[in-house]
Design a binder for this molecule. Structure first.
Ligand code: TXA
Ligand code: MG
Length: 318
């Protein structure tokens, strides 16, 4: 029997019983549990095979709940919360003592966001506790953007996937930390850097080597298909390198006329970066199931959500 269901009250009952439930958000599906339940949180880590040093994101139903999670909110964090919540921005802030160390991997900061999805918001409002939820995929594989993706990954290991349809944004939230009250990007994501800068001014992206211990989402091999993946600016040249191989091609807009391609998918025929981001993981999931020799992906324009798409594609090649 399928574990996929639209029944919010069933999800509430399971979560109240300290079980883990996969939930939809606007970015990707999350594997959710009561932040105050050691049993639920341990089960999240075990199910994902995620190392305990990698902290989780706490999901709250509105900005009003921020005070029960964090001790201190810098001015620019307030501006960002006001501008983007509910939405795909995660703020890393100084945690309250009441937040269990298991959630934050012993750090004195906690990652928190308000998801922009009617189903997860309705669920959060019916619970007496916030939900910790990492993406609902095994550690380092592609994040799920449909309930079916989650079921394929975890079938017997979890009791329920709450179905909220396909995730609209399609890549994870943008994570922002603070150093001396100034924001800094820890992970590129579904909120474009230009939109963030319009609210708080110029913002740096913390470099990968520096950030790895702080945000393992920044670990090099992450979001990766099992199939060898190559990212290129020069598709035709790269295709020549894989002559007589079974090739899957991902492009931004255009289709390539070349007999050497077994399957090709343009992420947005109209050239829309948001639509491309929304389709990216589902296309990677599909191609990964085809037992191709190689997935070749075209580099995206390096601005807006194109930057975040390139970030994920680069990691997929590791
Ligand atoms: O869109 C999203 O953010 C999705 C949905 C489900 O909300 N969640 C998600 O969670 O992508 P996850 O666990 O796959 O990625 C969370 C990232 C990890 O890279 C983790 O290291 C980082 O957030 N993180 C969590 N707490 C942190 C902290 N206190 N300091 C720095 N990074 C932190
Ligand atoms: Mg993840």
């Amino acid at each position: 029997m399928s574990i996929i269901s639209k029944d919010i009250s069933k999800a509430v009952a399971l979560l109240n019983a300290e079980e883990v439930v996969a939930i939809p958000t606007e970015t990707v599906y999350g594997l959710a549990g009561n932040i105050y339940s050691e049993k639920a949180i341990k089960s999240i880590f075990e199910t994902k095979k995620r190392p305990f040093f990698n902290p989780l994101i706490v999901h709250i139903p509105s900005v009003d709940y921020l005070d029960i999670i964090v001790d201190y909110v810098p001015e620019k964090a307030k501006l960002l919360a006001e501008a983007f919540w509910p939405g795909p921005i995660t703020l890393v802030l100084k945690k309250k003592n009441t937040i269990p160390d298991l959630i934050t991997a012993g750090k004195d900061t906690v990652a928190v966001r308000v998801p922009n999805h009617s189903v997860s918001l309705a669920l959060l409002r019916q619970l007496d506790f916030p939900l910790a939820a990492p993406s609902a995929n095994p550690f380092s594989s592609i994040s799920p953007t449909t309930a079916q993706h989650v079921e394929t990954y975890f079938k017997d290991a979890i009791k329920m996937v709450l179905d909220g349809g396909s995730c609209k944004s399609g890549i994870e939230s943008t994570i922002i930390g603070f150093e001396n009250d100034e924001p800094i990007i820890y992970r590129l994501g579904s909120t474009a850097i230009e939109d963030i800068e319009a609210v708080v001014g110029k913002i740096e992206i913390k470099n990968k080597e520096e950030i790895a211990p702080d945000a393992p989402g920044m670990l090099e091999r992450h979001y990766a298909p099992k199939t060898k993946t190559v990212l290129t600016n020069t598709i035709l040249e790269t295709l020549r390198l894989y002559k007589n191989k079974r090739v899957g091609l991902i492009t931004f807009q255009s289709e390539i006329d070349n007999t050497n391609i077994e399957v090709q998918i343009a992420l947005s025929k109209s050239g829309d970066l948001a639509e491309s981001a929304s389709n990216l993981y589902d296309v990677l999931h599909q191609l990964d199931l085809m037992h191709l020799d190689v997935i070749i992906a075209e580099k995206f324009p390096d601005y807006g959500l194109g930057k975040s798409i390139n970030d994920r594609l680069e990691r997929a090649t590791k």
